[in-house]
Design a protein around this ligand. Structure first.
Ligand code: NDP
Length: 240
């Protein structure tokens, strides 16, 4: 039996890229969204439509999802993973940084949900998987705006889960601790970046993107009547 379409945002790097590999391995056709189309095409995955889309551009997200669903059938899941982490002390941080984080991490997730939810409700089936963070459950130094976005992802996910549970649509929150990806590299404060790097070293390394991808796959592959509401995972030696 052919497998249904899965949409993954932020599939050009890190967790999204690893998740694209896992779902392709399991035989799913994919719609991969991120700005860097070349990086997604370089994966060479079978049945993967790659589109250069800024997740903050709602019309572009809708157009790509419509194109993919027309060609590959209705989306059975979306993995809202695209995100940015620009750590900073709020008194010094350029407001453009927290604006970008709220636009991508919160509004981007809502844009992804908006693109697939009416279809899932109509079909009475589907799964929305939102990648939040342990920083969506507790606070950390220099994380004020980032934690704000990830607490929002947790709240949006849990409230949406309640809203659509009666329609047989699942909502899953994935909350990883530190993962070895390009995420930290976009933080502009060099001292914060350095300290974060030391913290990762002190715990003897962090999760690999593939660890999170397998957790996402685990949540998805349960029968539709089983909703794994949240998975929190981190390196064993990560303390907070
Ligand atoms: P990466 O930086 O490796 O990947 C981020 C992805 O998001 C890229 O594919 C990037 O693609 C995409 N992205 C960023 N901005 C946009 C945008 N405007 N439109 C579309 N896509 C965008 O980081 P991770 O893989 O680590 O991050 C993935 C998710 O995991 C994020 O939500 C992050 O907050 C979360 N997370 C990560 C942790 C970690 O320690 N790494 C821990 C906990 C959660 P492109 O630049 O091509 O657009």
């Amino acid at each position: 039996m052919s497998r249904p379409l899965i949409i993954i945002t932020g599939a050009s790097s890190g967790i999204g890229l690893a998740t694209a590999r896992v779902f392709a391995r399991e035989g799913h056709p994919l719609l991969l969204l991120a700005r860097n189309r070349q990086a997604m095409e370089a994966l060479g995955l079978p049945d993967a439509m790659c589109r250069s889309v800024d997740i903050t551009d709602r019309e572009a997200v809708l157009a790509a999802v419509h194109e993919a669903e027309t060609a590959l059938g209705p989306a059975d899941a979306i993995i809202n993973n695209a995100g940015v982490m620009l750590l900073g002390a709020l008194a010094r941080q350029d407001p453009a940084e927290w604006e970008t984080m709220f636009d991508v991490n919160v509004k981007g997730v809502l844009n992804g949900i908006h693109a697939v939810l009416p279809g899932m409700i109509a079909r009475r089936a589907g799964t929305i998987i939102n990648v939040s963070s342990i920083a969506g459950r507790k606070t950390f130094p220099d994380h004020v705006a980032y934690c704000g976005t990830k607490f929002a992802v947790h709240a949006v996910s849990e409230n949406l889960r309640e809203e659509v549970s009666g329609h047989n649509v699942r909502v899953v929150t994935i909350a990883p601790g530190a993962v070895e990806t390009a995420l930290l590299s976009h933080t502009t404060d060099e001292t914060i970046k350095e300290n974060y790097g030391k913290w990762k070293e002190e715990m003897g390394g962090v999760l690999e993107a593939g660890d999170v991808a397998e957790a996402i796959w685990y949540a998805y592959r349960q029968p539709q009547n089983v909703c794994i509401r949240e998975i929190v995972l981190a390196a064993t030696r990560q303390q907070p």
